[in-house]
Write a protein that binds this ligand. Structure first.
Ligand SMILES: Nc1ncnc2c1ncn2[C@@H]1O[C@H](COP(=O)(O)OP(=O)(O)OP(=O)(O)O)[C@@H](O)[C@H]1O
Ligand SMILES: [Mg+2]
Length: 213
C-alpha cells in the first residue's frame, strides 16, 4: 500500500459520501441511546472536511490529517467531533514530511489516534463507544502486518472485525457519553460512534479493494 496525498483526499471524499448516506441511520442509533445528533454532527464535519481539503493545497499526509482534525474539532458539536478530531490530530504527527504512507505507517497512526481518544475521553475497551471498534481494528491491522498481508486484505479483515465489534456493542451497557445515563437500558442498541467507526474503516477497505482490481 502506498497512499499519497491525492489518494488520501479521495478516501476522505469517499468517507464523506458514506457518512452522508448513513446520516439518518447514525442519528437513529443515537436517538435510541443519546441525543440523536451523531449523524448530523458527523455529516456536517465531513462535508466541511471535503470543502477544506479541496480549497487548500496540502503538501504531505500530515497536512491533510491536520486539516481533517482541525475541521472536525472546530465544526462538529458534541463529543464525537472532539474525539475524532483528536484522533486525526494525533495521527497527523506521524504524517509530517511524508508524501505517502504504508500499511505500517497507517498502523502506527491508528495506534496513536486510539491512545488520543482514550486520553481525551478517559474511556477504554468495553465502555460501548467508538473504541470498541477502533481498538480491535488496530490490533487486527497489527496482526496483518506481522502476517505480511497486503493492505487491501488487511482492511478486508479489519472491516469484518469492525462489523462484528460494532454489533457486539449491542450486548454491553454504556459507561461513557450520554448513553451512560441509561446504564443497563442502553443494552440492545448499537453504539452510534462504533457504527461510524465501522463505516470509516469499511470505506477505506473498499477504496483499497477497488484500487487493487
Ligand atoms: N468518553 C468517550 N470516549 C470515547 N467515545 C465516546 C466518549 N463519549 C462519547 N463517545 C462516542 O461518541 C458517540 C456520540 O457522539 P455524538 O456525535 O452523538 O456526540 P454527543 O451527542 O456529544 O455524544 P455523547 O452524548 O455520547 O456525549 C458515542 O456513540 C460514542 O461512541
Ligand atoms: Mg449525540
Amino acid at each position: 500500500m502506498s497512499i499519497d496525498v491525492g489518494r488520501i483526499i479521495e478516501i476522505f471524499n469517499d468517507i464523506a459520501v458514506v457518512i452522508g448516506s448513513n446520516k439518518e441511520y447514525l442519528t437513529d442509533l443515537d436517538a435510541a441511546i443519546g441525543d440523536g445528533d451523531h449523524g448530523i454532527n458527523l455529516n456536517k464535519g465531513f462535508q466541511n472536511v471535503v470543502q477544506k481539503l479541496s480549497s487548500s493545497n496540502p503538501k504531505d499526509i500530515g497536512e491533510v490529517l491536520k486539516i481533517v482534525g482541525m475541521t472536525l474539532i472546530s465544526t462538529v458539536g458534541g463529543a464525537s467531533g472532539a474525539l475524532y478530531g483528536t484522533a486525526f490530530m494525533k495521527a497527523q504527527t506521524k504524517g509530517v514530511g511524508k508524501e505517502d504512507i504504508s500499511l505500517k505507517d497507517f498502523s502506527e497512526m491508528l495506534n496513536i489516534a486510539v491512545d488520543g481518544i482514550k486520553m481525551r475521553g478517559k474511556g477504554d475497551l468495553g465502555d460501548k463507544t467508538m473504541l470498541d471498534v477502533l481498538i480491535p481494528v488496530s490490533k487486527s491491522i497489527e496482526e496483518s502486518l506481522q502476517e505480511n498481508r497486503k493492505a487491501a486484505e488487511a482492511f478486508r479483515i479489519a472491516s469484518e472485525t469492525a462489523f462484528k465489534k460494532m454489533e457486539d456493542t449491542k450486548n454491553i451497557s454504556a459507561k461513557k457519553g450520554r448513553a451512560s445515563y441509561l446504564g443497563e437500558r442502553s443494552i440492545g442498541h448499537i453504539d452510534p460512534g462504533a457504527a461510524s467507526s465501522y463505516l470509516i474503516i469499511k470505506t477505506i477497505g473498499e477504496y483499497l479493494a477497488k484500487e487493487e482490481n
